[in-house]
Design a protein around this ligand. Structure first.
Ligand SMILES: [Zn+2]
Ligand SMILES: [Zn+2]
Length: 202
């Protein structure tokens, strides 16, 4: 899934058939996508860097958080690498409906977290866990993932705006993330004309 707007309605050939006709039945070349990302946005586009390696992020092999950063205040993805940039462009990840949907999802996450904080305050951990589980099954789970990623940082209080809700997020998200939290060196806003992947070596 690229936009994570739905549970997936189409099967995407990661390496399109016009590029790799022999991979038509290759299991690892089959990804679940939505019809917009698959047919309308990506189509047969499959950019490669100068070294010939694919530029699009492969969700079966790459860690998207190393290439993309979701802004919870604008609902936009920012690019951290040329590969992130290419993926945003090709899948149009900052298209209007997705940005609006992500902002709605942020509001919904924060409402649920505040609600969970109330339940935790009266020792109803099971009730809070149930609400959290429901939230995790919602589309646009990338929003919740980003909230979790920033939960331990001082800036999280600014985004969440409620210490109790933040504590609920830390307590309920499940096991602590195994990997150390990844901090990019710099975050650049992805502009429609940034296209750093068109010139960058990798
Ligand atoms: Zn999609
Ligand atoms: Zn970019």
């Amino acid at each position: 899934m690229y936009c994570s707007e739905s549970l997936g309605t189409a099967v995407d050939h990661f390496e399109p058939l016009n590029h790799a006709p022999r991979r038509v039945f290759d299991w690892y070349n089959h990804l679940l996508g939505c019809s917009f990302c698959n047919s309308h946005a990506k189509g047969g586009t499959f950019p490669r860097g100068e070294d010939g390696e694919p530029l699009l992020i492969d969700p079966t092999a790459d860690e998207p958080v190393h290439h993309l950063r979701l802004s919870l205040t604008s609902g936009e993805y920012h690019c951290l690498t040329p590969r992130g940039c290419a993926t945003i462009d090709v899948f149009q990840l900052n298209r209007g409906p997705l940005r609006k949907g992500r902002l709605d999802a942020v509001g919904q996450c924060l409402d649920t977290l505040a609600n969970c904080a109330d339940l935790l305050a009266v020792d109803d951990k099971a009730g809070a866990q149930k609400r959290m589980l429901r939230l995790r099954r919602q589309p646009l789970a990338d929003v919740l993932q980003e909230l979790r990623r920033i939960a331990d940082r001082p800036s999280a209080a600014v985004v969440v705006g409620d210490e109790a809700a933040l504590a609920a997020l830390r307590a309920l998200y499940g096991q602590p993330v195994a990997e150390p939290v990844f901090f990019p060196r710099q975050t650049a806003r992805h502009e429609p004309d940034c296209r750093s992947w068109k010139t960058a070596p990798s």
